[in-house]
Design a protein around this ligand. Structure first.
Ligand SMILES: [Fe+2]
Length: 279
């Protein structure tokens, strides 16, 4: 059994810069402190991309300083707001695949975590700039990792959802070759769950028989607007991170709204006189 904390879409900015009035560094730091306090037994923190808002070195260094505050080991993915080159400069120890993509695998609690690089670079015109893409080289690497998983079930992490999620604006900028990804993982039996970011909203479901989870950002969130094509809609809702618990037979996904959570002060039903068997 493993416990994995998921932070996504951190959007760190240089000092004093804000997004819809929110300070991404302060909000991430509060989330990391919360997760470290309440889940010191976590095996790993995985950050599923958009680590920074503009892909600049200053922001990556600010991120590094925030992550240094936790003892929990951290794995980092990149998203469409990141710069692969600047990320690698600022995190020289980050594992890369043989082609220099920010892709890696690690085995935790009997599971294999496979982390993908879906950044579609160099910059193109919108919407290509914001779309995700997995080139042949990255898909070939994934195939090798799935072959090498052996009996281990696989948790697949990537920034861009590889299918529509019901927000028209975000569906325009999803992973643009999602079917190629699903064709590949469909040839294996080992991928049990997929975790993405990009949307800034808590979403779950399944696609082609594989369950997925998407979590909110520690900073700005996607409003519940299923009509707009605007890809930059943002709202100040409580920040969140995900908690994945692997079991011998599957994955449990929780979302912790850490800014409004009151985990230490629950009231029992017995104390209210309504019986302890009421959930
Ligand atoms: Fe984002």
């Amino acid at each position: 059994m493993a416990k994995i904390i998921v932070f996504t879409d951190l959007h760190i900015l240089p000092e004093e810069k804000r997004i819809i009035g929110l300070n991404p560094s302060e909000r991430l730091a509060a989330g990391i402190a919360h997760a470290t306090k309440h889940h010191p037994d976590a095996d790993r923190i995985v950050c599923t991309g958009d680590l920074t808002h503009r892909g600049d070195a200053d922001s990556y260094q600010r991120l590094s300083a925030i992550l240094d505050k936790t003892h929990i080991p951290v794995s980092l993915l990149i998203g469409n707001h990141d710069s692969r080159e600047t990320f690698i400069d600022c995190f020289p120890d980050a594992p890369l695949d043989a082609n220099g993509y920010v892709q890696s695998s690690l085995d935790v609690g009997g599971w294999r975590l496979v982390l993908l690089d879906t950044l579609n670079a160099p910059p193109y015109e919108f919407p290509e700039t914001y779309c995700g893409f997995l080139c042949e080289a990255r898909l070939a690497w994934l195939q090798d990792e799935l072959r090498g998983a052996g009996d281990r079930p696989v948790l697949l992490f990537l920034h861009h959802p590889p299918h529509d999620i019901g927000f028209p604006g975000m569906d325009v900028i999803k992973l643009k070759n999602g079917p190629a990804l699903y064709d590949l993982i469909g040839r294996f039996d080992c991928v049990k769950h997929l975790v993405a970011g990009h949307v800034h909203r808590t979403i779950s479901g399944s696609h082609r028989g594989i369950p997925f989870s998407i979590f909110k950002s520690p900073c700005h969130q996607m409003p519940m607007n299923m009509d707009s094509l605007d890809v930059s809609l943002s709202v100040d809702e409580p920040a969140a991170y995900g908690i994945l618990l692997t079991t011998p037979t599957g994955v449990i996904a929780h979302s912790e709204d850490y800014e409004i959570a009151v985990a230490d002060v629950g009231t029992s039903h017995e104390a209210l006189g309504v019986g302890a068997d009421v959930a």
